[in-house]
Ligand binder design. Structure first.
Ligand SMILES: NC(=O)C1=CN([C@@H]2O[C@H](COP(=O)(O)OP(=O)(O)OC[C@H]3O[C@@H](n4cnc5c(N)ncnc54)[C@H](O)[C@@H]3O)[C@@H](O)[C@H]2O)C=CC1
Ligand SMILES: O=C(O)[C@@H]1CCC=N1
Length: 278
């Protein structure tokens, strides 16, 4: 278990599930250390209790008060209501970690009535298999120990970088949303393999192993991606034919635009949440 005894999630959606399953399946964290609170859908809590053995809290307020770490995992549009509904139970002896895209720490701090340590995190769903790329930044009242605890939590389910809050929108566009771009690529490659005459299962196997192999090459050889690409590309060969087609269809530009758009969307999501005190 990381240096934090009790975690309470507010919001029981995809991200909360990815985080808690990552912690339960890949670290010594026990289900009895995790509580999850959801707005209305109690089926979701029952599903999480059944699948992961977490205890459905009888008293939500007590679950929040007892937690060392509260993880805010609601949609950006629901953050004001969630803070107004639950914020009165937060206290300075705990830390709040928000994974909510676009919502600034000053907004959260100003919405709360007491000086509570707040940390903003942008993980991705790969935390479910302890492979998240997470970025963290800290608020005004967060100590080194608070950052250290958040670092321990997220580094137990992937890698962690600490950034300035101004970079969180870029992080969200790149690695927060990033798994979806990769899954989209996989869907396209599989489809391409099938259209080229392979069976779906062979196409999937070859696509996934090619992806995993390329990721391992990048991480283990530490060679530049352009150099690794060069080694695959024989002059006048098959790869060159494929890459030329990708360039003609603006493959790199499309990805750059996708990350820029996602970054911009993260900024927009936060815009209507001004950090002025209520
Ligand atoms: N899905 C992803 O890949 C990632 C999501 N995030 C962020 O995580 C947050 C959650 O995203 P998802 O899990 O995908 O959304 P989701 O819609 O699946 O889950 C949000 C949950 O919050 C609950 N909720 C809403 N208001 C509440 C309240 N007042 N009290 C208690 N529960 C409340 C909803 O009932 C819902 O179950 C978002 O802010 C998103 O930006 C961050 C990184 C990656
Ligand atoms: O799509 C979204 O808004 C969230 C934030 C990062 C990944 N999913």
């Amino acid at each position: 278990m990381v240096d934090c005894n009790q975690i309470c999630f507010i919001g029981a959606g995809s991200m909360a599930e990815a985080l808690l399953s990552g912690l339960l399946n890949n670290t010594p964290t026990s289900a009895k250390h995790i509580h999850v609170i959801n707005r209305q859908n109690q089926n979701r809590i029952q599903y999480l209790s059944k699948k992961y053995g977490i205890i459905s809290p009888k008293d939500n307020q007590a679950a929040i008060k007892q937690a060392d770490t509260v993880i805010l995992a609601v949609k950006p549009k629901d953050i004001t209501h969630a803070l107004d509904q639950w914020g009165m139970y937060f206290h300075p002896g705990q830390r709040i970690i928000s994974v909510v895209a676009g919502i600034s720490i000053p907004f959260i701090e100003n919405r709360l009535t007491t000086r509570i340590p707040v940390i903003r995190a942008m993980p991705n769903t790969s935390c479910a298999v302890a492979q998240s790329a997470t970025a963290l930044c800290t608020g005004t009242h967060a100590s080194e120990k608070d950052l250290d605890t958040a670092f321990q939590i997220f580094s137990s389910i992937g890698t962690v970088v600490v950034v300035d809050e101004k970079d969180m929108d870029a992080v969200t566009g790149l690695s927060g949303s990033g798994p979806a771009y990769i899954y989209y690529l996989v869907e396209a490659l599989e489809q391409a393999g099938i259209q080229a005459g392979l069976t779906p299962s062979i196409a999937r196997h070859l696509t996934l192993q090619t992806l995993a192999g390329a990721a391992h090459m990048l991480m283990e050889t530490k060679e530049e991606p352009a150099e690794l690409r060069r080694k695959v590309t024989s002059p006048g060969g098959t790869t060159m034919a494929g890459l030329e087609t990708l360039a003609q269809h603006h493959f790199q530009k499309s990805l750059i635009h996708a990350v820029q758009k996602a970054k911009q969307r993260s900024k927009e999501l936060g815009k209507s949440f001004s950090p002025s005190p209520r």
